[in-house]
Design a protein around this ligand. Structure first.
Ligand code: ADP
Ligand code: MG
Ligand code: MG
Length: 209
C-alpha cells in the first residue's frame, strides 16, 4: 500500500532530487536541446514543494492535481505541459484515495503516461520521456500479474525504466527540440527520459524505507 503521506514525501523529495540533479539534466539537454531541462524541473518542483503543505492533508487526487497544475503554470517548454498533464491525469485515477494498491498505482501511472501521449503524440523509439515510462509500465503490469508486493514491483519498474533511458542513447529523436538535430541526436541520453527515471527512482526509494 502506498499512503497519502508517502505520496507527499515523494513529491517533496523530488524537489530535492531535481535540485541536486539540475546541472546533470541541463547538461544532457545542452547536448541535444536548449539546455534548460534541469532548470525547468528544479523550478517546477520547487514550486510544488511550496504548494504541497497547503494540500498535504487532503486525499491523493487533490495532492496530485495541485502538483500538475503547479507544474503546468510554472514550467515552460515541452516538459511543463507534459508533466503537468501527467500529474493531472494521475489525479483523476487517484481521486478520493487515501492510499493506493499496486494495481491502483499502476492504473494511475498508466493514465498519466496516456496523458503525455495524448498531448505529445510520442511513439516508442521517438527518444522521449515515454521511452522510460513504457518499459516501467510493462514491468508493473508483469509484477501485478505475478502478485508481487509494491516495493519489489517498483524496483522492477525502476530497473526497466533505467534500461529504457539507456536505450534512448541509440535513438534518433522524432519529437521535441532534439528532433531538429536529426541523426545528430543519436548517441545522447534523452533528458526527459532521465527526469522520468528520477521520478520513479525517488518513489522507489520512499517505498523501500
Ligand atoms: P524544451 O525542449 O521545450 O526546452 P525541456 O528541455 O524541459 O523542454 O524537455 C525536453 C524533454 O521533453 C525531452 O528530453 C523529451 O523527453 C521530452 N519531450 C519533448 N517532446 C515530447 C513529446 N512530444 N512527447 C513526450 N516527451 C517529449
Ligand atoms: Mg530544453
Ligand atoms: Mg526550453
Amino acid at each position: 500500500m502506498l499512503t497519502r503521506e508517502q505520496i507527499v514525501t515523494w513529491l517533496m523529495a523530488c524537489a530535492e532530487v531535481f535540485q541536486q540533479e539540475r546541472d546533470f539534466l541541463t547538461g544532457l539537454d545542452s547536448d541535444i536541446g536548449d539546455g534548460d531541462h534541469g532548470i525547468n524541473m528544479q523550478r517546477g518542483f520547487a514550486k510544488v514543494a511550496e504548494k504541497l503543505p497547503s494540500v498535504a492533508d487532503q486525499e491523493i487526487g487533490q495532492i496530485l492535481k495541485t502538483t500538475g497544475m503547479t507544474l503546468l503554470s510554472s514550467v515552460g517548454g515541452a516538459s511543463g505541459p507534459l508533466y503537468g498533464t501527467f500529474f493531472i491525469r494521475t489525479a483523476q485515477v487517484a481521486d478520493g484515495h487515501q492510499s493506493l494498491t499496486l494495481s491502483e498505482l499502476h492504473a494511475m501511472l498508466r493514465e498519466g503516461v496516456e496523458g503525455i501521449v495524448a498531448r505529445g503524440r510520442a511513439e516508442p523509439g521517438d527518444k522521449t520521456m515515454c521511452d522510460a515510462w513504457w518499459p516501467a509500465l510493462a514491468a508493473l503490469a508483469d509484477a501485478e500479474a505475478r502478485g508481487i508486493a509494491l516495493a519489489p514491483a517498483l524496483a522492477a519498474a525502476l530497473s526497466a525504466a533505467e534500461k529504457g533511458v539507456q536505450a534512448t542513447i541509440g535513438m534518433q529523436a522524432r519529437k521535441g527540440r532534439a528532433s531538429y538535430l536529426g541523426e545528430r541526436s543519436i548517441g545522447h541520453q534523452d533528458p526527459g527520459a532521465t527526469s522520468s527515471w528520477l521520478l520513479l527512482l525517488t518513489l522507489a526509494r520512499i517505498v523501500e524505507e
